[in-house]
Design a protein around this ligand. Structure first.
Ligand code: ATP
Length: 459
């Protein structure tokens, strides 16, 4: 279990900063709150996670089509989506220290997740906070404003004048890019309902309570798809995505007992069902992804606001209808955080020796293999092996320090295989291959290395 491994967010954060996974954004300027830059190791990990998602949900699904829509959209999109008018989290300000918090988060943290604040009205939340004497987590004083809605969209302007007419928004969700392209894709790909449109891209939210490292940031990537279907098939498709979403994260290496479904009690007025998959982060059970049955809401709103018919014509019956939408959405950064927490291990080898090792699934490990010459005089041969392997995989090369220290450095970034070049290599073209998890070593001909590794990094 997680508790036994004693993973804390601080340990993960320190490892990430020290080993090139993630750095604070704008670091030399003292950072810029809740922004993070992925370093050389982290960008590989995140790219591998995104690739694995795309492979599973686009490449291996003949009825799912990918898009990469523009981040800046016609502002009317955000009127249609409801973001301009009413989207917002219930926020409260501490009158004492002026910090801003989400009322539902205050309640959920106070009740350790036992009270479902999402099902409460603003009045019920204010009453609960008052009766339970919930104080400001920042200054410890209880002196709250009333709950207000807060629009989390970042606003910028297009053109040279900062007038209202030039106002544009950084998208707070990627899915609108799929909705506005529903007809384009249906026509150009001759798609028949049910089909899905998938996208991986950046979203921006002026979150009230960002924090916990990558968990809640103001700029993040979403991997999500929207399935367009008939009402009759919609609940089956919804259940199917629930299962697929769970399979995907367990296949990537999250332990089943660190995952659970959380069906929503309170639904948006248009929604027919909603469920999160939660992960046991070091900060407790938290949402990892969402699966939502959105009914015909999105297409009907775009039909109304754009004035364009969004009707789909059934090719067999000729019936015209607005498809229902099932949405499955997961944050790439949040999933990377979960995978970092899951992979982290402090393994006691003997009384005086502990190694930190990241047990990533080989398919998502930043480097697949590291080439380590036993001595510097073997580096010419080692560079030949590096040239061979780096054509196929992300390959690390390290000739500095004792071999033991170099193994530990690779363990810390989760490299599944280390290849050591020694004096026998010069004689017989064989190398030692060390397995990260078992630390066992085998001898292999150089000519077999690529196929050996390829076999073990498949997803
Ligand atoms: P939350 O309740 O945590 O605010 P949400 O219900 O608003 O999330 P969605 O809009 O459904 O989330 O977004 C889908 C996914 O995007 C989430 O499950 C999460 O993985 C990710 N996500 C949402 N907001 C953030 C954020 N601020 N930072 C990082 N990832 C996020």
């Amino acid at each position: 279990m997680k508790e036994e491994k004693k993973v804390t967010m601080d340990k993960i954060l320190n490892l990430c900063k020290n080993r090139g996974f993630v750095f604070p954004g704008s670091d030399i300027y003292g950072g810029f709150a809740n922004t993070w830059d992925f370093g050389p190791i982290g960008v590989e990990l995140k790219n591998n996670v995104k690739r694995a998602w795309w492979k599973r949900f686009v490449q291996e699904s003949k009825d799912t089509f990918g898009v990469d829509a523009a981040i800046l959209m016609n502002p009317k999109v955000w009127e249609a989506s409801g973001h301009v008018a009413s989207f917002g989290d219930p926020k409260m300000d501490c009158k004492n220290c002026k910090q801003r918090f989400r009322a539902d988060t205050l309640i959920e943290n106070h009740s350790k997740g036992s009270v479902a604040a999402e099902a409460m009205t603003n009045e019920e939340m204010e009453k609960y906070i008052d009766e339970n004497n919930i104080k400001c987590p920042h200054c410890g004083v209880k002196n709250w404003t009333q709950i207000r809605k807060f629009n989390p969209m970042f606003i910028t302007s297009r053109g040279t004048l900062e007038s209202d007419a030039d106002k544009v928004y950084l998208r707070p969700e990627t899915c609108q890019g799929e909705y506005v392209n529903f007809l384009n894709i249906q026509r150009s790909m001759r798609a028949k309902v049910p089909f899905a449109i998938a996208q991986i891209g950046k979203s921006f939210r002026n979150e009230i309570t960002p924090g916990n490292f990558l968990f809640r940031t103001v700029e993040f990537e979403q991997m999500e798809l929207q399935n367009f279907c008939t009402e009759e098939t919609s609940m089956d498709i919804y259940s199917d995505y629930k299962a697929q979403a769970l399979n995907f994260v367990t296949d990537l290496g999250l332990a089943p007992d660190h995952l659970r479904y959380h069906d929503h009690d309170k639904l948006a007025h248009y929604a027919k069902a909603a469920c999160d998959i939660q992960y046991l982060f070091p900060i407790g059970w938290q949402e990892l992804n969402g699966i939502h049955h959105r009914g015909i809401w999105d297409l009907s709103r775009h039909q109304e606001y754009s004035g364009k018919s969004m009707l789909y014509t059934d090719p067999v019956t000729n019936e015209k209808f607005l498809p229902n939408i099932i949405e499955y959405s997961i944050g790439a950064d949040r999933l990377v955080l979960a995978l970092l927490c899951e992979a982290y291990d402090e393994e006691v080898l003997d009384e005086n020796d502990t190694r930190v090792v990241m047990h990533f699934l080989p398919a998502i490990a930043p480097f697949k293999v590291a080439v380590l010459p036993l001595q510097k005089k073997l580096s010419d041969k080692a560079r030949e092996v590096y040239a061979l392997l780096s054509k196929e995989f992300m390959t690390d090369y390290d000739e500095v320090g004792s071999i033991g220290k170099r193994y530990r450095r690779e363990d810390e970034i989760g490299t599944p295989f280390c290849v050591t070049i020694d004096f026998d290599t010069m004689e017989d073209d064989t190398v030692t291959l060390r397995d990260r998890d078992t630390m066992q070593q085998i001898r292999l001909p150089i000519s077999e290395l690529v196929s050996y590794i390829q076999e073990r990094i498949k997803f």
